[in-house]
Design a protein around this ligand. Structure first.
Ligand SMILES: [Zn+2]
Ligand SMILES: [Zn+2]
Ligand SMILES: [Zn+2]
Length: 138
């Protein structure tokens, strides 16, 4: 948590009480919290917290590369994960179990192509769907 706060400071971002609460929530809400989980936790510290504030801060953390957004299409929800290295996930369509996969197939080409369209990429998301070993067995 300290590392994230220091990184934000070194990039010139102010450490507001709300921002600190969102970061704390990310560490306290279990492995893959949704924005709603984070909001509920944040409200126990600061009842004025709203979903807008949560998303603003989550987007910022994603942009500086310390947070992963994982889209679970089968549940129509996004979950968040604090990361030290960029990676992707295996998601079971049956039980919803997620596993980290220390791999990224996306190379610098996409950035170059986006640059030609004058688009600046700040992140990407990629999920692998299938069935975990437990669900394959049943
Ligand atoms: Zn499963
Ligand atoms: Zn992961
Ligand atoms: Zn990647």
């Amino acid at each position: 948590m300290k590392d994230i706060i220091e990184l934000l400071r070194s990039r010139g971002y102010k450490m507001t009480p709300q921002r600190r609460t969102v970061i704390k929530a990310l560490f306290e809400c279990g492995k893959f919290p949704t924005a709603q989980d984070i909001l509920e936790y944040a409200k126990t510290i600061n009842p004025d917290m709203g979903l807008d504030t949560i998303y603003r801060n989550l987007n910022l953390l994603t942009e500086i590369g310390v947070l992963n957004i994982i889209n679970i299409k089968s549940r129509d929800v996004s979950v968040f994960e604090v990361v030290t290295n960029h990676h992707h996930h295996l998601i079971c369509l049956d039980c919803g179990q997620m596993e980290c996969l220390d791999y990224c197939p996306i190379a610098g080409d996409s950035e170059k192509m986006a640059e030609e369209k004058e688009f600046k990429i700040v992140g990407h998301s990629l999920e692998f769907y299938g069935y975990c070993c437990k669900c394959q067995a049943s």
